[in-house]
Design a protein around this ligand. Structure first.
Ligand code: GLA
Length: 340
């Protein structure tokens, strides 16, 4: 394992750790437990970095976008940042128009995490979120493990436990370009998502308990197709988001393959495995020329597949619950596997 200083932000050191195998290398920051780079062995025998990132911590504040970060306490959107739990109403940080996005104003993506353990292939980071932070109830300890697996994967295991009843939904927000970060847009990537339905959204990208069949819509990725094939179709949800930015209802249960993407130039394939019920497919619509590691991030220059509970589930009894009882264990796993 390699450990270096990445940056100093407001007097605090942010470290960068590299975990790796012969086929895959991941650079992880203590800031946001962020995946800063993900280098995949390519067909030329070198490595292609498939993850977008910034070169300094202040960019994560100034340019935003949650690049590579762990997102929480509750990922995605909460309508008006309000919900009730055990009969009590909670108001959490508003940071996206009228709503709360990705944990609020200072979510888990902006914390400096503690490294509990690290070796050649694995790093374990943790953070404590006190009772009332960003308005959320109960103190919560979260532990995230990144591990390079024998299947050429980056496995992310999330664990949590709270000292009172609360709500939790964690995800990782890596932006992928399988042709290499900074190498044009992702419209010619092929994508497959094992989902018959999405949770359709209103004009503020909030779902309200509904389900919509993907059949005969631009959201049908059950047979692999190019991301760009239908992205400009005259569909109100695509128009409203500037492309794809919606939660897909994943078929099946347990740890299973739910999605696959392929870079048209590199031939690098990424398969997504998870035990979660949903995945946000976001086509990088809000990327807007921010300078990253090697170039400016173009609109649709990368995509995210954020495995998650359904957005706004805290307000929708129709969706699986994100409540976590006092002392109960939160545990979920996602793995991004690479092949050529
Ligand atoms: C998620 C959201 C998007 C956008 C990005 C960050 O994917 O669904 O709407 O906010 O995060 O820019």
């Amino acid at each position: 394992m390699i450990k270096k200083v990445f940056d100093v932000y407001e007097g605090e050191e942010v470290l960068i750790y590299t975990v790796k195998s012969e086929y895959l290398e991941a650079d992880i920051l203590t800031f946001g437990a962020t995946v800063h780079a993900l280098r995949v062995k390519d067909k030329r025998g070198g490595f292609t970095d498939v993850a977008l990132g910034y070169t300094k911590v202040s960019d994560h504040y100034d340019k935003g976008g949650y690049l590579g970060a762990i997102v929480g306490r509750v990922g995605n959107r909460i309508d008006k940042g309000r919900f009730s739990l055990n009969g009590k109403v909670y108001q959490v940080g508003i940071n996206d128009g009228n709503n709360s996005l990705h944990g609020g104003i200072k979510g888990f993506d902006k914390k400096i995490w503690t490294v509990e353990y690290a070796d050649e292939r694995k790093i374990i980071l943790s953070t404590f979120s006190p009772d009332g932070e960003e308005g959320y109830p109960a103190g919560l300890i979260v532990r995230v493990t990144y591990e390079i697996t024998a299947e050429k994967g980056l496995k992310i295991s999330y664990e949590g436990v709270a000292d009172g009843d609360t709500v939790v939904s964690l995800t990782n927000h890596t932006y992928f370009n399988l042709n290499g970060e900074g190498k044009g847009d992702i419209l010619s990537h092929k994508l497959f998502i094992q989902a018959d339905e999405i949770t359709p959204v209103d004009g503020e990208l909030i779902p309200h308990g509904d389900f919509m069949k993907v059949e005969n819509t631009p959201f049908d990725f059950r047979t692999p197709k190019l991301i760009g094939r239908d992205i400009e179709k005259d569909d109100p949800q695509l128009k409203n988001c500037g492309g794809y930015d919606v939660n897909f209802v994943l078929s099946g249960k347990g740890f299973r393959k739910v999605a696959e993407a392929e870079g048209n130039e590199s031939g690098i394939k990424m398969s997504v495995y998870t035990d979660r019920e949903g995945v946000q497919f976001y086509s990088g619509n809000f990327l807007n020329g921010e300078r990253g590691k090697t170039s400016a991030h173009k609109k649709r220059g990368a995509f995210c597949l954020e495995t998650q509970s359904f957005p706004n589930a805290v307000n929708c009894p129709e969706y699986p619950s994100v409540a976590l009882k006092k002392g109960e264990k939160y545990k979920t796993t996602t793995e991004y596997r690479f092949s050529l």
